[in-house]
Design a protein around this ligand. Structure first.
Ligand code: AMP
Length: 240
């Protein structure tokens, strides 16, 4: 599948509810590389319980950011796994300039050494109107068993309130409550600019209108990937 040693790291940026998670899963399937969601990693840690889990739960429920050092360590151990060695997709990380600096250094460290591979980050920023974000987040329902994501407005399950895959009762994420949604959007606004500033001139950046049908967005992202990594893609993986 791979033709040279430059591997993609797709960084999906944009406010919560913009569709990064959905697209990240779709693109990962097409490219056959893992998608890594820092939010999912943190939620897993919450489920593991203990004092650390309780502490994280409180931060997530308030819609605040988890301390950089903690989330950076978790992401660093995830991307060191073997399935990431030919590229991966980041959803929700980096979120602050400090995380971006750390991540850049990790990619450099992973790029050097005996493997002679090189990770090339590209940034894809999803944009949608705030009213759409509010509708998406307030309508989001998740399956506690398989992690499936639905939306009561745009992607309802076949049977109301039940997961299509395993029939579990769908839940509203604690941080999708209205007051928490507003806090998360506020934090995104604060952190987005320093993050973009860090990447300006360093990495390729694309913008995408997230208010389009799912398939159209995936095609657009694939076109961006193709433009940046033509030699890396196997022609059979082309998506249109
Ligand atoms: P998400 O699933 O990306 O919406 O993330 C859910 C929550 O996890 C966020 O509201 C934060 O509390 C926390 N979180 C996820 N990613 C990060 C990150 N990169 N830095 C700090 N906190 C994060």
């Amino acid at each position: 599948m791979l033709t040279d040693s430059v591997f993609p790291v797709l960084i999906l940026l944009g406010p919560p509810g913009v569709g990064k998670g959905t697209q990240s899963r779709r693109i990962a399937e097409v490219l056959r590389i893992p998608n890594i969601s820092s939010g999912d990693i943190l939620r897993e840690n919450v489920r593991d319980g203990g004092e650390a889990g309780e502490h994280l739960k409180m931060i997530l429920e308030r819609g605040e950011l988890v301390p950089d050092s903690l989330v950076c360590d978790m992401v660093a151990s995830r991307i060191a796994k073997a399935d990431c060695e030919k590229g991966f997709i980041m959803d929700g990380f980096p979120r602050t300039r400090e995380q971006a600096e750390f991540f850049q250094q990790r990619l450099t460290d992973l790029s050097t050494g005996v493997t002679r591979r090189h990770f090339e980050p590209i940034l894809i920023r999803f944009c949608v109107a705030e009213s759409t974000i509010l509708e998406r987040l307030s309508g989001r329902r998740v399956c506690p068993t398989c992690g499936g994501v639905y939306n009561v407005h745009s992607q309802p399950p076949s049977v109301a309130g039940r997961c299509n895959t395993d029939g579990s009762t769908l839940l509203i994420r604690d941080d999708d409550q209205p007051h928490t949604i507003l806090r998360r959007l506020q934090i995104y606004e604060q952190e987005a600019w320093p993050l973009m500033e860090f990447y300006a001139g360093k990495s390729k950046m694309f913008e995408i209108d997230g208010d389009q049908p799912l398939e159209a967005i995936t095609s657009e992202v694939m076109a961006m990937v193709r433009q940046s990594f033509n030699s890396w893609l196997n022609p059979s993986l082309h998506y249109s």
